[in-house]
Design a protein around this ligand. Structure first.
Ligand SMILES: NC(=O)c1ccc[n+]([C@@H]2O[C@H](COP(=O)([O-])OP(=O)(O)OC[C@H]3O[C@@H](n4cnc5c(N)ncnc54)[C@H](OP(=O)(O)O)[C@@H]3O)[C@@H](O)[C@H]2O)c1
Length: 230
């Protein structure tokens, strides 16, 4: 069986770390990207016993770094790109930090398009040809019944639109695209009162990604396989 390769951003903790663990345990080659590799203790432990795991430095808000990484990896095929890195800017009506919002827009929204532009050739050459981005149900306009969280919600709503356009524009390359809601997950971002653990979330998300193909490309799907209204 040929070995697939996945590139994951924000791979040092939370959902990204769990993706790295599960794909590595399944025999995939993992390009585990994070801002501070030397501080990524759990990833380093995994990499020390699994030569398929490579830890790479990447701040997704630094687009020159994205281009440099794409050049560094120019001879690699990437079967699956997972845009996982994300931030949660706090904001409520009357108390909006516009600088935080602009920074979050770069990480949560623009970086997914930049990653697709930088890595499209690596993905096109691969066997599976898939891109997944972690969005949130909080970015669903249809699902918004509680208001608030203007900054986070809007970065994810805009990400959803980017992913939809990518699913159309990259179809001729044979690349399929999915926009993922991981559930409310026990991580630093989700908080430890959340409903599910990272193992449950990522097991479900991997199943969704495995079923993804060109016919199902361009949808917004939760970890339990249910489609979410935009
Ligand atoms: N947890 C939930 O309930 C939930 C629900 C819906 C959607 N999501 C989405 O799922 C994804 C993962 O969330 P999580 O819960 O695992 O969050 P988390 O525990 O807060 O982890 C966030 C990850 O993103 C990385 N990151 C942040 N800014 C970055 C940047 N500029 N460059 C590279 N990496 C960066 C962090 O790296 P550092 O360690 O360097 O900060 C960390 O690895 C996010 O996109 C989030 O919006 C989560």
């Amino acid at each position: 069986m040929s070995t697939y390769q996945v590139l994951i951003s924000g791979a040092n903790r939370g959902i990204g770390l769990e993706f790295s663990k599960q794909y590595a345990a399944d025999g995939w080659k993992v390009l585990a990207c994070c801002r501070n590799p030397e501080q990524a203790a759990e990833l380093n432990t995994i990499a020390s016993t699994n030569s398929n795991v490579r830890i790479l430095s990447l701040n997704v808000a630094d687009f020159a770094q994205i281009d440099a990484l794409a050049t560094q990896l120019k001879d690699e095929n990437i079967d699956l790109l997972i845009n996982n890195a994300g931030v949660y800017p706090q904001s409520s009506f009357g108390d909006t930090n516009y600088d935080d919002w602009a920074r979050a827009f770069k990480v949560n929204t623009m970086s997914s398009l930049k990653m697709a532009e930088a890595f499209v050739q690596h993905i096109t050459r691969s066997q599976l040809k898939k891109i997944a981005s972690l969005t949130s149900k909080m970015g669903s306009i249809d699902d918004n019944s509680s208001g608030d969280s203007y900054s986070y919600r809007s970065t994810k709503t805009a990400l959803n639109m980017i992913m939809k356009s990518l699913s159309i524009d990259l179809k001729p390359y044979g690349i399929s695209v999915v926009t993922l809601h991981p559930g409310w997950v026990k991580t630093d971002m989700g908080g430890y009162n959340a409903l599910i653990d990272t193992h449950t979330s990522v097991t479900g998300l991997r199943d969704v990604i495995e079923k993804l193909n060109l016919n199902t490309s361009g949808k917004f799907i939760a970890f339990d396989g249910k489609e979410i209204a935009w």
